[in-house]
Design a protein around this ligand. Structure first.
Ligand code: NAD
Ligand code: ZN
Length: 340
């Protein structure tokens, strides 16, 4: 079958032929319809230090997808051939303390689809049936294809009560923008999002942010004044991984504020802990999606009218994958979807 794989230890991704994956007794075989390119795929494409240390030679990458179940192992219950599914890309162990307690998103032995095991940029994908998520009919394929990053946004945004709150989101990447849309949808008051990329700030406004601030041009504190905010943000979502963005968040949070951190900073990011202590801030790290509570919330949010359509800014046949990666690398896009 055709697939996109990391065939060389250098920047790039290559189309190739690989064997159709074997289906184990607890697995489902998914015929892939659409995939989306994730920031992680871009790291693998660019072959940065993390990718060099993580991705085995020849790995078929990709973990954002929608497809249809075409086969399944003898032990699988609750799915049928023909079910339209997306899937959770974190494969959990099932035997650590958190897995056994039902806190599966906190599994300490997670492996990643398209990172540590063959991924979704292929005609077929095999995952444990446990990880498949059956999609309601009224969720379009292009939206289902971005459920994985949408789940990062939903998991982060729903970590704290947002109703009537003033929210700061640093980083208007696809995940930050979707988090802004969720915050607006569930009833936040001001949803202020920051970035240094005008294209993405524009998209954030379209998706419901009340203010989109280019921090290379404008001071966040001036914007707060304009909005009549006299104290500070109640909830922060760090979605850039950029230390200066996190520092601006610590500066502008109200006392007692709550911060959810999804963006991955350099490991040695310096923080003025006095701000955390004297403001009494609560900081929560976010990894992946809650299994499977986040997935149910995602489906419900879409069914309750949250419109993610503008997020998919580019869609093309998989043969044009190079163009897709070029667009993602340029930063001039929301999500880029490849049709298989
Ligand atoms: P992205 O790289 O597309 O978005 C990051 C955005 O931050 C970009 O638009 C960039 O222009 C912006 N930025 C740069 N400097 C900034 C500044 N000074 N202030 C504000 N914004 C600035 O990434 P994404 O796919 O939207 O993901 C968001 C972050 O979450 C990334 O750091 C990614 O690595 C991380 N991530 C974490 C998880 C997890 O499970 N914790 C999962 C997926 C992604
Ligand atoms: Zn586990």
């Amino acid at each position: 079958m055709k697939a996109l794989a990391k065939l060389k230890a250098e920047p790039g991704i290559w189309q190739t032929e690989v064997d159709k994956p074997q289906v184990g007794p607890n697995d489902v075989l998914i015929k892939i319809k659409k995939t989306a390119i994730c920031g992680t795929d871009v790291h693998i494409y660019k072959w940065d230090e993390w990718a060099q240390n993580t991705i085995p030679h020849g790995m078929v990458v990709g973990h954002e997808y929608v497809g249809v179940i075409e086969g399944m192992g003898s032990e699988v219950r609750g799915f049928s051939v023909g079910d339209r599914v997306s899937g959770e890309g974190h494969i959990t162990c099932g035997h650590c303390r958190n897995c056994r307690a039902g806190r599966v998103h906190l599994c300490r032995n997670t492996t990643g689809v398209g990172v540590n095991r063959p991924g979704a940029f292929a005609e077929y994908l095999v995952i444990p049936a446990y990880n498949a998520f059956k999609l309601p009919d009224n969720i379009p394929d292009s939206i289902a294809a971005i459920f994985d990053p949408f789940g990062n946004a939903v998991h982060t945004a729903l970590s704290f009560d947002l109703v009537g709150e003033d929210v700061l989101i640093t980083g208007a990447g696809p995940i930050g923008i979707m988090a802004a849309a969720v915050a607006r949808h569930v009833g936040a008051r001001h949803v202020v999002i920051t970035d240094v990329n005008p294209y993405r700030l524009e998209l954030a406004l379209k998706m419901g942010a009340s203010r989109a601030v280019d921090v290379s041009q404008q001071n966040l504190k001036d914007v707060m004044k304009e909005l009549g905010m006299t104290e500070g943000f109640d909830v922060g979502m760090e979605m850039s991984g950029v230390p200066s963005a996190f520092r601006s968040m610590l500066d502008t949070m109200n006392h007692g504020g709550k911060i959810a951190m999804l963006g991955i900073p350099p490991s040695d990011m310096a923080v003025d802990w006095n701000k955390v202590i004297f403001k009494g801030l609560i900081i929560k790290g976010i990894y992946g999606r809650e299994m499977f509570e986040t997935w149910y919330k995602m489906a419900s949010l879409i069914q309750s009218g949250l419109d993610l359509t503008p997020m998919v800014t580019h869609e093309m046949p998989m043969e044009r994958f190079q163009e897709g990666f070029d667009i993602m690398c340029s930063g001039q896009s929301g999500k880029v979807v490849l049709n298989w």
